[in-house]
Design a protein around this ligand. Sequence first.
Ligand code: NAD
Length: 363
Amino acid sequence: MSLDRREFLRASALAVAGVPLLKSGLGTVPQEKKLGFALVGLGSLSTNQIAPALMKTKNCRLAGIVTGTPAKAAAWKAKYNIPDTSIYNYDTIESIARNADVDVVYVVTPNALHARDVIKAAKAGKHVLCEKPMEVSTAQCEAMIAACRKAGKQLAIGYRCQFDPTHLECFRLAREKVLGDVRLIDAAFGFPAGDPGQWRLNAALSGGGPMMDVGIYALQSACLLTGESPVSVSATTTKTDPVKFRSVEETMTFDLKFPGGVIAHCSTSYKVPGLNRFTVHADRGTFGMEPAYNYGGNRAWRSDNVPFTTPPVDQFAMEMDDFANCIINGKPTRVPGEQGLRDVKIMMAAYESARVGRVISLV
Ligand code: NAD
C-alpha cells in the first residue's frame, strides 16, 4: 500500500525526537502529535460511542466535525472545544483539504452515503476510517478503494470486534486448534428494530435489513474464526410484517461454506430479541461468546472451563488507536477496504441466494 511520504517523515521525526514508535496500540504520542480525527455524521454512534472513545485514545484527538445540522455543530463545538475553522457541512467538506489539523476522516453516515463521504475525504488528502458495512454495492466499495489508493491514503473499515482481546483470543483458539479442529460455527446477531421511519428500514439508505446492519458481525466472526473467506453462501429470508419491512428483509439465515471444510450457520433479524452470540464446535469441545457483539460486557466461555483472562476494552478507542499507529508507522491496517469489499460481495451473494433459492458460489 502506498503511503504519503509525510506520514513516514512524521514517524521518523517522532523517532528522532526520542519518542518511541508505536507498537500494537501500546505507545502514546504527545498531545500535539496525536492524529486529528474529523467525524462525518453526528448521529447515535458518533455521539454515544465514537466521540467518548476518542477521549480515551492514546494517539488520536477529535479535531473536526462534518454535520448538516447547525444545532449539532453548536453543541459539539461547546462540548469538545472545536474551532469554527474545523466545523464543516456536507457542502463544504471538500475544504477539509486545507485543514492540516485533520489527518483522518471517520465516516459515520448511513450505509449508502459512505462512498460519497469516503471519496470526498480521500480527494481532500485524508486517511479514511469508514463504518461498517462498507457500502451497499461492490461497485461503490471498489470506487472507495480506488479513490484512497489514488490519494495514497489508508482506508479502514470500522470492524470494532477485531480490536477486542476477547474476540482475538477466540480467533486464536479456533485457528490454533486448541480444542481440536473446528467443524461448525453458529453465529447470530439481531435485535427488534424500533422506529419504522428510521433509515435502517429504507433500502435506499441501508442497502438491506439486519444482514447489512448486524448480520455482518456473524459473517465477520465466521471468517475470522476460520481465517478464511467462504467459497459459497446459501440464504433464506422471511417477513411477517410486510408493512414495516416493506423494503428490507425482516429475518435472514445464511450458511457459509469455507475451503477448509467448516460450515457456519448464521442468523440475523430485526424482529427477534436475544440473538447475540457465536459458538464454535471443535473436535474436543466448544467455545464461544454470549453476548458477543455488545460494545462492552460481553462474555466468553469454553467447555473445558479454562477461564478467559482478556481485559475489557473500549473497542472504538482500540480501533482508532490502531489505525493511528498504522498511519504513523506506515503499516497496513488489519481491516482494509478490501475486507469490507469482500464482505459486501458475500452479503450481495446471500441476497441473491435468498432471491433465486439456490447456493451461490463465491469463487
Ligand atoms: P444515525 O441515524 O444515528 O446517524 C446517522 C447520521 O448521519 C445522522 O447524524 C444523520 O443526520 C447523518 N446523515 C447525513 N446525511 C443523511 C441522510 N441523507 N439521511 C439520513 N441521515 C443522514 O445512525 P448510526 O447508528 O450512527 O449509524 C451510522 C453508521 O454507523 C452506519 O453505517 C451504521 O451501520 C454504523 N454503525 C456502526 C456500529 C458499530 O458498532 N460499528 C454501530 C452503529 C452504527
